[in-house]
Design a protein around this ligand. Structure first.
Ligand code: DC
Length: 220
């Protein structure tokens, strides 16, 4: 499958800096930006509201296909709309992230959300897509695949500070989530072939962005 518009993928574990870095690249290029995690977080949120059990793959896949919710790209956020209401602010919690991680293990759920994620690239001039499997499954034809990582302590510190959480429980919660995301059978989080891997532990935000920009030279 070839893409109508160019795509850059940025994958990596929780709190590795994917969102801020990918948003900044999108801003500098004036391209669109999407967080594919918002699809899983949105479904997690809606399933909680509707009382759908997180073990029920079939019901979750049905819900994923329903029109009671949708995901919309904007330059600032990937908005989740539930029953005509923007609930984006409600999907950011660690709890929603954990449930998203649980339900994203199901192949039927992933299959139900895949096309809508791919369709985000239909809007010109280009797309920066961030997530876990953007470079491996959603956009294997991306012009550049980036994998951001960082020491788990640093990532947990970042997330705990952002969300006002206790460090110790955040380290544990994140470890569980990373293990689940990386070990699932369907589209596990992994470094895409030929990816630019950046460990952000001891790099500043500007340095990370500059490395990606330098890798982009000659590709766009
Ligand atoms: O990036 P995030 O924290 O918003 O993602 C929440 C969860 O969604 C993540 O733990 C696993 C799942 N996810 C996924 O399986 N595939 C993606 N491309 C993005 C997110």
């Amino acid at each position: 499958m070839s893409l109508t518009n160019p795509v850059i993928t940025i994958d990596g574990p929780a709190a590795s800096g994917k969102s801020s870095v990918s948003r900044e690249i999108a801003k500098r290029l004036s391209w669109n930006w999407v967080s594919t995690g918002a699809f899983y977080r949105g479904l997690a949120y809606v399933s909680m509201q509707e009382g759908t059990p997180s073990q029920d793959e079939k019901a979750l896949a049905m819900l994923a296909k329903s029109d009671c919710w949708s995901v919309e790209m904007t330059s600032e956020k990937t908005a989740v709309i539930y029953q005509m209401k923007d609930v984006t602010a409600e999907i950011n919690s660690e709890k929603t992230g954990s449930i998203a991680s649980v339900i994203s293990q199901y192949p039927e759920v992933r299959a139900a959300l895949l096309q809508a994620q791919r369709d985000c690239s239909l809007q010109p001039p280009g797309l920066i897509a961030e997530g876990r499997d953007c470079g491996t499954v959603v956009f294997p034809e991306a012009i550049l695949k980036v994998y951001l990582t960082a020491r788990s302590e640093d990532r947990a510190k970042r997330r705990a500070k952002e969300q006002g959480l206790e460090l110790e429980s955040t380290v544990e919660e994140q470890k569980l989530r990373d293990e689940r995301d990386a070990s699932r059978a369907s589209a596990p989080m992994q470094v895409p072939e030929n990816a630019l891997v950046i460990d952000t532990s001891s790099l500043g935000f500007e340095e990370v962005v500059a490395r990606i920009e330098s890798e982009l030279k000659g590709r766009i």
